[in-house]
Design a protein around this ligand. Sequence first.
Ligand SMILES: *Cc1c(COP(=O)(O)O)cnc(C)c1O
Length: 483
Amino acid sequence: MNYISTRGAGIGERHTFSGILLGGLAKDGGLYLPAEYPRVPANELARWRTLSYADLAFEVLSKFSDDIPADDLRALTRRTYKADVYCNVRDSESAAQITPLKPLGVESGAQLSLLELSNGPTLAFKDMAMQLLGNLFEYTLGTTGQTLNILGATSGDTGSAAEYAMRGKKGIRVFMLSPHRKMSAFQTAQMYSLQDPNIFNIAVDGVFDDCQDIVKAVSNDHAFKANYKIGTVNSINWARVVAQVVYYFKGYFAATKSNDERVSFTVPSGNFGNVCAGHIARMMGLPIEKLVVATNENDVLDEFFTSGIYRVRGSAETYHTSSPSMDISKASNFERFVFDLLGRDPKRVLQLFRDVEEQGGFDLAASGDFARVREFGFVSGSSTHADRVEAIRDVHRRYDTMIDTHTADGLKVAREHLQAGIPMIVLETAQPLKFGETIREALAREPERPAAFAGLEALPQRFEVLPADVQQVKDFIAANVRD
Ligand SMILES: *Cc1c(COP(=O)(O)O)cnc(C)c1O
């Protein structure tokens, strides 16, 4: 399996899965994709139907990472996808499923279900990929004797998923910047209560944008970056995308009896990483009818899929909503889909994303390419705070099920795209406990709390407060990196 950049640099070069694992963007600013998508023939799809999650993950991943010996990869997926890691299930019988499918009911002739992706250590779907990334990083660094210092900025979900994936991993340290006193008590406790010596929480006196600017400034200091072996785990990481492909297969098998059936998926979306994985599953031959992109008030993606116009917004135009992990106005993985939409023409991709940088977007409405969006199964919708509150109430009343605000965005939009006879699977991206304020507003009660989280907010916390100052963050990293 060879990887290529969406912008065409280095055609003819060899890039393996392990080779691009620890890096970010390709050197021309593009994103890596496989030179071609592996197809899953009918007999193989039939064989996969009964596999455990870990073994299904092995089968999917091995098609993309043929440079990792099969025995090592299988050991890695079995170590990653264990019931005791995804133990925050509400129904203990389904723990072994890792991503259990929860049927809600039949609406407009379609079976509506939730695919639970948030039973991992931080109660958000990002654990699904990040836990694998932790083990992949440790494995790859171990084979070469290297070390890695992960630097990131977070306003919640990504940072905690990264910390829980990397804690205790050999050769890895995490320096995670978060805005001091700006996260919820729960999210703060989730991150800051980690006592592992390789995890460094840096509480920056400032807002999230300050944290992000510091990370950018440090990453742009190439000498510092090389000297201190700085890396990232952001959502463009290819291994994260491919790890997410697995649960589309798992969800499909859980919702169908034979491989002649088709299903649709609705995906609460921000950076387009999750739904990009669904697109890849479809390109591999999984019988997906529709991929429904759900956004909140930050509706850049919905605007594109309904009009053909991609217009990114600045931070001043980005709303702070009650589904904050989708408050994104420039979808970092979108370029991967555009590459496929344009028939994999890197010159045009390069031009379009130059237009994004220089003019804030591009317009495909008049081009024949936009019509192909439907061939790829994509449709979309958006929701508001009132929609979320209503969806949370409705699902609780009708199906006795509590959902979080992001999943509520998905559910609201899914209902606009139901087709009789085609199961609709809404990806559950977080548990309600993470976004308790809206649960209290919608249901006038506290969110459900998995047993492992009892008393979390009272645990001792370990963090370093620093001013929003690049040099002081660099000094802190330097003082804590000793090999
Ligand atoms: C990250 C996140 C999303 C958005 O996923 P993308 O892959 O960025 O599209 C949605 N919901 C929750 C809870 C998240 O943490």
